[in-house]
Design a protein around this ligand. Sequence first.
Ligand SMILES: [Zn+2]
Ligand SMILES: [Zn+2]
Length: 252
Amino acid sequence: MRTQLTNDTHWISECHKTDGAHEHVNVYLIEEDDDYLLIDSGSFHDRETIKRKIESETDGQGLDAIILSHSDYPHSGNVSEFRSEWDDVTLIASCGSPRLQGISNAIRCQIGKSMEIIGREFSFIDPPLADRSHTTWIYDHGDNVLYTADGFGNYHGPGECKYTSRDFPRGITAESVYEYHRDSLVWLRYVDPKRLEAAINTIFSEYKVDWVAPVHGNPIAGEDLSAYIADLIDGASRISAEYESRRPDQMQ
Ligand SMILES: [Zn+2]
Ligand SMILES: [Zn+2]
């Protein structure tokens, strides 16, 4: 099972059991000329495992930079520890007041802009799927990977923890995409699926995406993206229809 997603990108797959299904809390390690950057920092439950995997992938060198998609705990839970573990780890975050959210000395990235980090270009995209302000999707121009934070997730079963979309015999299931978004992105019920689809299509027309790398799902290969997006939009329609049918003003 591959956890090397692209030339420079290593997927560190971590997951937790919730009611029989598994949910990922992934991080991704990017190498550029012997420098190493981590996308998000994972859950504190997985701190030791992630640290060990980073040590082994970097031949003991450790991290040079961390980019945070947002400061929710499962994403930011290991920032302080990783920064004290290795020297001079630059932190890049999009949040407006990092100090308030317990993150000090962060370089603020601006949504809608690009930035060079460890000699590599990253763009910061305003996400159509996010559960709070100051979330960014991160695009790596080096390997054409789009990091979608809480968006584009899915639940998976035992044995599928290290699958990419290519390894599922019938692809990532529509049901697991629907269930994940229903449970995790509660505000989706208020979203017009057509507008969501248009916003997603705009991003994919602006950026060439070979892989989508979510925090809470299996990575999705470029050739599987249109099927995934169709399932996501169907799921969003189901979520908003279920909400509509339960609204008090719709009751008899
Ligand atoms: Zn999350
Ligand atoms: Zn799993």
